[in-house]
Design a protein around this ligand. Structure first.
Ligand code: HEC
Length: 225
């Protein structure tokens, strides 16, 4: 009788503990921390995620329905070994010889630019953390095409709007093409999702800061500066 109650008591102590540790494990896997970025580190949310979403998570490739979706931090992290770009398949496939069978993104998509590949490499070297950035230091007043608008388009749009068969037949790879899209293709309505235009990029709205910069450039008269 006494023995039984000791076993029972041990069980009563152990089982909730086991359940607790199981549930805390699962909790960690689901909710990875989001860390504020600093000026001298790569910001995952604005410098890595949009590049992956616009170049890899296209429909039929690594979007939500594919075998290896790459639409969220958690999904991207599965293809990364923090601190080791050369052991991270995400980085290796974009940093290999263009004729290699595993080269990504495959033709007719355009390869990523060296600057984009370097950002991804640095982000992995810095530990592949889920960093997000402070929008308070957004300068949407002094906007030029080269420093303000072009980087936004490169990171968020040209994965689909470049190459031999761009989406909607729309190229956004240089000043003239972006200017034409702003005048003729409702570019601003698409990024703001106004007047019933479909949202661009389709994976989710640009940041408030990026939209403000494009707005300013358009209201300045689309200067080529
Ligand atoms: C994942 C692929 C993808 C990305 C990334 C993307 N687009 Fe698109 N875009 C499309 C598709 C597909 C269409 C045609 C269907 C539609 O209008 O919804 C389109 C259509 C458009 C159109 C309308 C073209 C027309 O003549 O009607 C504009 C303007 C546009 N995109 C701008 C952008 C801008 C600006 C970005 C980046 C901020 C962007 N897109 C990012 C796939 C993409």
């Amino acid at each position: 009788m006494k023995k039984k109650s000791v076993i029972l008591r041990i069980a009563l102590i152990m089982i909730p503990g086991m359940l607790l540790s199981l549930s805390s494990c699962r909790h960690e896997a689901e909710l990875l921390p989001i860390i504020p970025g600093t000026n001298d580190s790569i910001c995952f949310d604005s410098q890595v995620l949009p590049i992956i979403q616009s170049n890899c998570a296209k429909s039929g490739c690594h979007d939500g329905s594919g075998e290896f979706p790459l639409t969220t931090y958690e999904q991207i992290l599965r293809k990364v070994e923090p601190g080791k770009p050369n052991k991270s398949s995400l980085y290796k496939v974009m940093n290999t010889w263009q004729g290699a069978p595993n080269f990504m993104p495959p033709s007719p998509s355009q390869p990523l630019s060296n600057a984009q590949i370097t950002n991804i490499q640095l982000w992995i070297m810095e530990g592949a953390l889920h960093t997000t950035c402070n929008e308070n230091d957004c300068d949407s007043v002094n906007v030029t095409f080269t420093t303000g608008v072009k980087p936004i388009i490169e990171n968020n749009c040209i994965g689909c709007h470049s190459g031999a068969s761009p989406e909607a037949g729309l190229l956004l790879t240089n000043y003239n093409e972006v200017k034409t899209a702003a005048i003729n293709n409702a570019l601003l309505d698409h990024i703001q999702e106004t007047n019933w235009y479909s949202l661009m990029p389709p994976s989710g709205k640009l940041s408030v800061c990026d939209i403000a910069k494009i707005n300013k450039w358009i209201s300045d008269g689309l200067p080529n500066n």
